[in-house]
Ligand binder design. Structure first.
Ligand code: NAP
Length: 314
């Protein structure tokens, strides 16, 4: 179903998309934000965010993004939830945006679809997903009260979530393929000094074993030592992320890892299409940075639309 043209479609309702939406709505642009699920993005599943400026005691990820949503909606941003972007065509002045519910013509588009956790790709991962295999400690930690869980990965996500899990589980084993954590600073200090935390250094997961649910892991030694089997009630996987760009592949230029290439003004290879936040090649994957991207993409998209309409104030 074709709808009338809007000024800007924002795809993705995480911090980058909500910020772009806020700025565009406040500039009195006709803007629609489409979101795969409910707005909030990855931070909505983060228990506490301590490095977003302005909140010295930290703030729950959900509350932070909920405040962003309310602020944007307060200025008139329309949000269409459970309506994912399904395709994008460069139609010249009017881009064709296809979502699950509609085909929308837009003068400009801001792509802010973020990224999702990567799979490890080992036997048992798919089979036990939801039965001991999880990618979200904030969602599932409570199911492992007094249990033993493994966390795979050594980055910020793995360590943050391992610390969160340590509040519920009896023991948390970080399985990492190196001999030190990638996450440094405060997170590393907290993990290394946490009495519930164990470390399986220089190990990778070869197999996730179980019956009805996960019962253990087979770990391979990166230096060629013998495999070991450990008993766990659950395993949380944080081995990197994949950009949500399948729907725009072939329309905008992507880098070798699938993130959207932009210039310094967040323009993609298609005029009038901008990218912001984690989905952008070169992003630093921080909420504060995604917010900054959202501002820049919104201002550039606004200028693009006003130029097209002949209403730009120069
Ligand atoms: P990441 O930094 O890419 O870390 C992924 C981890 O998984 C690395 O330790 C990596 O090992 C390991 N890994 C990758 N493939 C693996 C495999 N096949 N088998 C075993 N281990 C594997 O991802 P992330 O932790 O999700 O963080 C993503 C970004 O978000 C980062 O820029 C991070 O700083 C940011 N972030 C920030 C915060 C915060 O500021 N509080 C919180 C969460 C995320 P190697 O170390 O050997 O590569």
């Amino acid at each position: 179903m074709a709808e009338k043209a809007v000024d800007v479609v924002v795809a993705g309702g995480g911090p980058a998309g909500l910020t772009a939406g806020l700025y565009l709505a406040r500039a009195r642009m006709d803007v629609l934000l489409v979101e795969k699920q409910a707005p909030g993005g990855a931070p909505a599943l983060t228990e506490k965010i301590e490095n977003y400026p302005g909140f010295p005691e930290g703030i729950s990820g959900f509350e932070l993004v909920d405040r962003m949503r309310r602020q944007a909606e307060g200025f008139g941003l329309r949000i269409s939830s459970f309506n994912p972007l399904e395709g994008l065509e460069d139609g010249g002045d009017l881009k064709k945006v296809r979502t699950a519910e509609a085909e929308i013509a837009a003068r400009a588009v801001v792509l802010a679809m973020g990224m999702r956790p990567a799979k490890l790709g080992v036997p048992g991962e798919e089979e036990f997903h939801g039965r001991g295999v999880s990618y979200c400690a904030t969602c599932d930690a409570a199911f492992f009260k007094d249990g033993v869980v493994a966390v795979v990965g050594g980055g910020n996500s793995a360590v943050e979530e391992a610390l969160f899990l340590s509040r519920f589980a009896r023991k948390v084993i970080i399985v990492h393929r190196r001999d030190r954590l990638r996450a440094g600073g405060v997170l590393e200090e907290r993990a290394l000094s946490n009495p519930k935390m164990d470390f399986a250094w220089k190990k990778t997961v070869k197999e996730i074993r179980g019956e009805d649910r996960v019962t253990g892991l087979v770990l391979a030694d990166v230096e060629g030592g013998p495999d070991v089997e450990i008993e766990v009630d659950g395993v949380f996987l944080y081995v990197g992320n994949i950009p949500n760009t399948e729907e725009v592949r072939g329309t905008v230029e992507l880098d070798e890892r699938g993130f959207i290439k932009t210039d310094a003004d967040l323009r993609t290879s298609v005029p009038g299409v901008f990218a912001a936040g984690d989905v952008r090649s070169g992003a630093v994957w921080q909420v504060a940075a995604a917010v900054g991207d959202g501002v820049r993409a919104a201002l550039r998209a606004q200028f693009h639309v006003e130029n097209q309409k002949g209403t730009a104030y120069i």
